[in-house]
Design a protein around this ligand. Structure first.
Ligand SMILES: *Cc1c(COP(=O)(O)O)cnc(C)c1O
Length: 354
């Protein structure tokens, strides 16, 4: 039988494995997808309900009000901001805007599992560069991996799933070495959780380097993972290209209004982020007291470098009532959530060691 062939790149895509979900009716803590453990604020739910009245209409295609609010919040020109259905989608649009078939895209690995998929779908060739044993990105090795065929370098900071953030001097050296016609994507999905003072100010970096794009999201710190709103910040010319490559009417009206309401409630939401940051410190300290060697985390998750025992650990955690995210043969990522969830997790890590 004659069949429509899939693109070889698509037939061989690694599957994006979503974090395990809590079965209906079961009681478990979901620490598998780096979500915000807090339910939406009442003001945000009210904005969502109001917006629901208008869903017979297409949304504002350019998310004008939200784009202006994001730009004002960041102190950039609205022409520099491009919204999309989560920053994963925005990354696809960024790559589609700049990458030609067979170009190379350098990215860290192990890192965000959406990267190899986005690179392959953009017809590019991925050049994964191993993350260091301590969970930090190896930026000198990434700079060294850049060739005349490289069109983009993806920098995940903090790195999902290992946790550390890139330091300002490391990024400065990378940008000095990478040619100006190679895009450097700073994926800052967890920037609000960073407390390390030595990290770069991405917007200042962008002001200095026209080849930089910054990706941010409302999914994590702002707790809107379910509504799919993220954005890129770039120079206006690149931003226009990314916008042109974007799905028309991507961000729903409900998503736009929820993100706007969240920006208005920024202070309140950042207090919640601080709670998670403190819980992260408790989780890391608890693990280290038990003798675990875990990387510092600047995000809302911690990394257990369990190697071959990753899957077995995840099963054990599930039995105890916490869902975590195993990366087979590599390690386990545990999102930081409720204090009660930390307590259960630490019981599992304690007994697993023995
Ligand atoms: C969660 C995450 C994103 C953002 O995902 P959304 O599509 O905005 O929900 C982007 N990059 C990394 C590294 C992430 O972990």
């Amino acid at each position: 039988m004659t069949q429509v062939p899939l693109r070889p790149a698509v037939a061989h895509l690694p599957a994006y494995v979503p974090g395990a979900r809590v079965p209906v009716g079961a009681a478990a803590f979901k620490l598998s997808s780096n979500e915000n453990p807090f339910p939406p604020l009442a003001s945000v739910v009210a904005a969502i309900c109001d917006a629901a009245q208008d869903v017979n209409r297409y949304p504002d295609m350019y998310a004008t009000e939200l784009t202006e609010a994001i730009a004002a919040d960041l102190g950039v020109d609205p022409a520099q901001v491009v919204t999309g259905t989560g920053s994963v989608a925005v990354l696809n649009h960024v790559l589609n805007a700049v990458v030609n078939a067979k170009d190379e895209v350098v990215y860290p690995w192990r890192s965000f599992e959406a990267y190899p998929i986005a690179v392959a779908l953009a017809h590019a060739e991925g050049v994964p560069v191993p993350v260091r044993a301590d969970g930090r990105l190896d930026l000198p090795a990434m700079a060294a991996a850049v060739t005349p065929r490289t069109r983009a370098v993806l920098v995940c900071t903090p790195n999902n799933p290992t946790g550390p953030a890139v330091r300002a001097d490391e990024l400065r050296h990378l940008l000095e070495q990478v040619p100006g016609n190679v895009l450097v994507v700073l994926d800052e999905a967890y920037v609000e959780f960073v407390r390390d003072p030595d990290v770069p100010d991405a917007l200042a970096v962008l002001a200095k380097h026209p080849n930089v794009v910054v990706l941010r999201t409302f999914s994590k710190a702002y707790g809107l993972a379910g509504l799919r709103v993220g954005f890129a910040v770039a120079r206006p010319r690149l931003a226009a290209g990314i916008r042109a490559a974007s799905t028309p009417f991507g961000v729903s009206h409900v998503g736009q209004m929820a993100a706007l309401a969240s920006l208005r409630a920024k202070d309140e939401l950042l207090e919640r982020v601080e709670t998670v940051v403190q819980e992260r410190a408790r989780m890391l300290a608890g693990l280290r007291v038990q003798g675990w060697t875990v990387p510092d985390s600047e995000a809302n998750f911690v990394w257990l470098p369990l190697g071959e025992r990753a899957a077995a650990f995840a099963q054990e955690a599930t039995r105890a009532g916490v869902l975590v995210r195993p990366f087979a043969g590599d390690g386990v990522r545990v999102s930081v959530g409720e204090p009660e969830a930390t307590a259960v997790l630490l019981e599992v890590t304690e007994s697993f060691r023995r």
